[in-house]
Ligand binder design. Structure first.
Ligand SMILES: C[S@@+](CC[C@H](N)C(=O)[O-])C[C@H]1O[C@@H](n2cnc3c(N)ncnc32)[C@H](O)[C@@H]1O
Length: 240
């Protein structure tokens, strides 16, 4: 077996995630399709196999090190790009009902194709801005877990993501650099949107050794009526 696959499989096993042959094949196909489509459109700057497994697949799956995803029924991934973190999570936890939101239609088309090729069911890929989609009753206060990796600063992300979370559910904001400063900046948006930081988890990527953080936020109550504000408003005037 290739080195990229061996360490991936062993590290995940160490975290209690045992990959089947089918799941290993799905990750191989994911990498192949990502590289093919990346030649036609900008999906990622990382294409070398070992790097994709470490910086995209393993990093995405790190969410499962901090929580029991078997207890999560539905997950919304905001600004998913090329499918991170939700597609690696779906491969490993096939029971998850996934909703992906991205404002770039090309990326949504890629993800629809990817899900067909990998035969992933119960993945709904929506083209649009999170602030608009969270307005619909179908998505508002509806998800056990909402994720966002490398999309915006926490104060802005709270406005994008917390309206999707059900009361008692969680928002996991995946960050590279230490988010403590962002967490202070996000205090007002958290209060307004009924969120509370319950933990900040950290880990290092196994080979590159760069830092990763997950800000784990609980939704204490339903979204107040005035949120989400109109698309475009949060970025110009975040709740800082
Ligand atoms: C830097 S990429 C990160 C992609 C992926 N989460 C990852 O970790 O590789 C940010 C993505 O967020 C999307 N995005 C930015 N603002 C958004 C919004 N308001 N609603 C939905 N998607 C948004 C962009 O189109 C882009 O695909």
């Amino acid at each position: 077996m290739e080195a990229a696959l061996t360490w991936f499989q062993e590290r995940l096993l160490g975290q209690g995630i045992e990959l089947t042959d089918l799941q290993l094949r799905q990750f191989e196909d994911y990498h192949r399709i990502l590289v093919e489509w990346n030649e036609k459109m900008n999906l990622t700057g990382i294409t070398e196999k070992a790097a994709v497994y470490e910086k995209h697949f393993y990093d995405s799956l790190s969410l499962a090190f901090f929580t029991d995803l078997n207890l999560v029924r539905n997950l919304a991934d905001i600004g998913s790009g090329a499918g991170f973190p939700s597609i690696p999570l779906k491969i490993c936890f096939p029971h998850l009902q996934i909703t992906i939101v991205d404002s770039l239609n090309k990326r949504i088309q890629f993800l629809q194709h990817l899900c067909e090729e990998l035969k992933l069911d119960h993945v709904s890929c929506l083209h649009g801005r999170a602030e608009d989609i969270a307005r619909s009753m179908e998505h508002r206060d509806a998800y056990d877990l909402v994720t966002a990796r490398a999309v915006a600063r926490l104060a802005v992300l709270n406005e994008f993501c917390l309206p999707f979370v059900r009361k008692g559910g969680h928002f996991a904001s995946m960050k590279g650099a230490d988010p403590k400063e962002e967490a202070v900046e996000a205090a007002k948006s958290l209060k307004e949107l009924r969120g509370k930081i319950v933990n900040i988890y950290d880990m290092k990527l196994p080979f590159e050794q760069s830092d990763r953080h997950v800000v784990w936020i609980q939704k204490l109550d339903s979204t107040p009526k005035k949120y989400p504000r109109k698309a475009g408003t949060p970025l110009k005037s975040p709740l800082i």
